[in-house]
Design a protein around this ligand. Structure first.
Ligand SMILES: [Zn+2]
Length: 340
């Protein structure tokens, strides 16, 4: 779907916004590191080098580190554009509302207001990391033009952004989309979350490595990519582990398809780099599990490592009162973005 970008790009986009000096500060806060940048009204991206969150020194250190990084980005923006940002958007892990980072097991913070992260007077908006990624894929990536889809991020863990009517859906308490902890095998392995048989236990990138190494003690596979390569090369243990991961994903996605009837499933995170090696067998197994309906297309996420930061930029524009920002940006603009 990413090929649709050029054809749907209004020719006048750059000219329309060229004279608009406004920009937002965007920050993707992960567990151990964060990535930030400036994004203008026409989608020009200036990325800044990532920074550590300082998680090991406690949640207050993380808040201070985020605030320091935001200050740095604001300073860069003032130098570059001659004015403070129109808004700040932050993608953060855990339970999140637009104005409060409610809780993160990963970072350890409780009820941190958005105002703690930004200089006074600049509007800010927070978003859940994976749902923010889903927003970015919806507006700018593989989900552009698709109103109902699942964005499934397969990395260290597995999380989903349920996009309904073009908006990521958080549920009653902001906990929606945790498909990684929905059980696939009730009598299966124990998950780190305490439940039994969670999807994440079988199909996350770290699960592939852990399960391969457990069955093949003489060999160590450094990464999930290695396990996938070994499976493709015919290593029987790697093939078994990869096959079980694909089967677990097919079971989960079959349930999702039956409940929500998505128009597409967009797969991101580190494991999506396996491309067709993952998507082809997954598509086959998903089709095999659906007898009376077609499966939706499986697509690879288009924005890669920048998904969270670009989604945070869209949140920043929402905070600034421009809710439709990004819908007229071209993928070309996003790709040529990294200026510094
Ligand atoms: Zn779990």
């Amino acid at each position: 779907m990413s090929s649709d970008f050029k054809s749907s790009e209004p020719a006048s986009t750059d000219e329309e916004h060229a004279a608009d000096p406004r920009y937002v500060v965007a920050l993707d806060v992960g567990g151990t590191s964060m990535k930030g940048g400036l994004v203008t009204r026409c989608g020009e991206v200036t990325s800044l080098e990532g920074r550590p969150t300082g998680r090991d020194s406690g949640p207050e250190t993380v808040v201070t580190a985020v605030r320091g990084y935001v200050d740095e980005l604001v300073e860069l923006g003032v130098t570059r554009y001659g004015a403070p940002p129109a808004g700040v958007g932050l993608a953060v892990p855990g339970i999140v509302t637009a104005s409060t980072a409610v809780y993160s097991a990963n970072i350890g913070w409780h009820d941190v207001p958005a105002t703690a992260f930004v200089p006074p007077g600049i509007p800010a908006r927070l978003g859940h990391d994976v749902r923010t990624g889903g927003l970015a894929e919806s507006v700018l990536g593989a989900g552009r033009g698709v109103t109902d889809f699942l964005f499934l991020a397969i990395g260290t863990g597995i999380a989903g952004a349920v996009v309904i009517g073009g908006e990521p859906y958080g549920g009653a308490d902001g906990c929606g989309g945790e498909i990684g902890h929905a059980p696939v095998w009730p009598a299966g392995e124990k998950c780190a979350c305490g439940q039994i048989g969670c999807l994440e236990t079988y199909a996350s990138a770290s699960a592939l490595v852990r399960r391969y190494e457990a069955r093949s003690p003489s060999r160590t596979a450094a990464t999930a990519k290695d396990v996938v390569s070994l499976a493709v090369a015919g290593d029987p243990v790697a093939g078994e582990v990869f096959g079980e991961a694909v089967e677990a994903l097919a079971i989960s996605l079959a349930s999702y398809v039956m409940v929500l009837d998505p128009a597409a499933i967009v797969i991101g995170g580190g494991l999506a780099e396996a491309g067709e090696t993952l998507l082809d067998p997954l598509g086959e197994r998903l089709s095999a599990r659906l007898t009376f309906r077609q499966r939706p297309p499986l697509l690879v996420a288009a924005l890669g490592m920048r998904t969270g930061m670009l989604g945070a930029a869209l949140l920043g524009w929402q905070a600034a009162g421009v809710p439709d920002a990004g819908r007229d940006w071209s993928l070309d603009v996003l790709r040529r973005g990294a200026v510094s």
